[in-house]
Design a protein around this ligand. Structure first.
Ligand code: FAD
Length: 409
């Protein structure tokens, strides 16, 4: 029986470890933090099977200055950081050409089409129904202009058979009467679902992995040595040999790849959340606010406002101005919100073409990469784990995974 190390116990690593264990491998999941506590902890809770529209879009380059100048806009940039990372920014912009955006959207759809069914395979064995809600996600447009600007996204969704329904003000009000009268119109994502407790879901899948005989080691991966037929992983002052290694370290994955002499254009889109106290249930579904690019979600311990994008690298301290902005806008949309219970910053792992890397390394034997899931890593955890398991078994996945190849850069 082959021994497999999975590096990173975020949702991608946990689902990969689960499916690998089910498939009969000896699996060790390694993370320096507790499972599910990094980026996979604080997101916007959506199983966003509809989210096939990449952040790259035609005309983005012209909109960036407007977005940055806009008070309370969704995007913030550390210019010193960008100046040091111009090749990444240029590569990101190169992927904003219309044909390229359509290609990316179709490749994302390819994965998203299988995301729900892959999770349901896990959920048949891991009972998490109490943490899942089927109230469909709602997108709120602040003005007619933002609704009109969204037309390109509607076309991409329609072209890929992603279903949604446009709502007028009255229809929005019927669904979510507590939302303040600050919006112009809405859109509902047909059949979408969300979680009310992401950490509980990650923990339940992780516990099932342990129950099946999986091993967990809480250690930092500090070095890797590629051997003839295996890989030696250094964990603090210990080293362990494995037949194969799967790299699922989210925004930190390139640091692991660097240890093997490989380099990928992985950067991070930082995002924030605020958890507000509430004495009553204020909203039924995730409500996205177009003006500032975040979602409001009623979760088990309050209302979470999660989202926005900040380009400032992996190491910089959280930006308190972004937290203040999210608070201000959240209270505008939902004035009944109570005091702030906690705040959080997470790091979305993002490649310049907004597609993840899922596949075998061509440079290093016995290494498989699975990272770069940007805004939809929570949604794509299970399908990624399934693909990784098929590849580890030496088989070809049912889905064409060429677009996610590590060799495309
Ligand atoms: C504000 C916000 C909102 C979002 N909303 C959604 C949403 O609604 N729906 C959705 O689908 N996605 C959403 N996302 C995206 C999603 O959260 C991420 O894509 C996903 O969590 C990435 O999962 P991961 O397993 O790749 O990474 P992570 O969860 O970050 O896990 C990586 C793990 O690797 C470990 N690690 C790194 N280096 C090492 C090392 N050297 N040694 C040991 N361990 C190491 C880390 O400790 C970490 O636990 C959102 C993200 C943000 C920030």
């Amino acid at each position: 029986m082959k021994s497999i190390a999975v590096i990173g116990a975020g949702i991608v690593g946990i689902c990969s470890a689960y499916f690998l264990k089910k498939s009969g491998f000896r699996v060790t999941l390694i993370d320096r933090e507790d499972p599910g506590t990094m980026t996979s902890f604080g997101h916007a809770c959506s199983f966003a099977d509809y989210a096939n529209v990449p952040v790259n879009y035609p005309g983005l380059i012209w909109d960036v200055p407007k977005m940055l100048l806009k008070k309370d806009g969704p995007l913030a940039v550390d210019f010193f950081y960008i100046l040091k990372n111009i090749p990444w920014a240029l590569s990101f912009l190169k992927n904003c050409k219309k044909e390229k955006v359509e290609e990316i959207a179709s490749s994302l759809t390819n994965l998203l089409k299988h995301s729900q069914i892959s999770y349901d395979e896990i959920f048949k064995e891991v009972n998490v129904q109490e943490y899942i809600s089927h109230e469909e996600n709602l997108y709120l447009f602040d003005t007619k202009k933002s609704l009109d600007n969204y037309e390109y996204a509607n076309v991409i969704r329609k072209n890929n058979s992603v279903k949604f329904r446009n709502l007028n003000k009255e229809e929005v009000k019927d669904l979510e009467p507590n939302i303040a009268d600050v919006y112009y119109a809405g859109q509902l994502f047909t059949g979408s679902r969300h979680t009310t407790n992401p950490l509980a879901i990650s923990t339940k899948i992780f516990e099932k992995f342990l129950e099946l005989g999986g091993i967990y080691i809480k250690q930092n991966v500090t070095n890797l040595i590629q051997k003839e037929n295996n890989i030696e992983i250094y964990l603090g002052n210990k080293k362990i040999n494995f037949d194969k290694m799967i790299v699922c370290a989210g925004a930190w994955s390139n640091k692991i790849a660097n240890l093997l002499g490989e380099n990928f254009p992985l950067d991070t889109e930082r995002g924030y959340h605020i958890l507000f106290n509430t004495n009553e249930k204020l909203i039924k579904r995730p409500v996205a606010w177009s003006e500032s690019g975040f979602y409001l979600i009623q979760i088990h311990d309050g209302v979470r406002a999660a989202g926005t994008v900040e380009i400032a690298g992996i190491n910089k301290e959280p930006n308190l101005k972004r937290i203040k902005m999210i608070e201000r806008q959240s209270r505008k949309v939902l004035p009944q919100l109570g005091e702030i219970k906690s705040t959080w910053m997470g790091r979305r792992p993002t490649l310049p073409d907004s597609l993840p890397i899922i596949g075998e390394s061509s440079k290093n034997k016995n290494i498989i990469y699975a990272f770069g899931h940007q805004h939809i890593g929570w949604t794509l955890g299970a399908i990624t784990g399934k693909i990784i398991t098929t590849i580890t078994n030496g088989k070809k996945p049912n889905i064409n995974i060429e677009a996610y190849s590590p060799n495309r850069f």
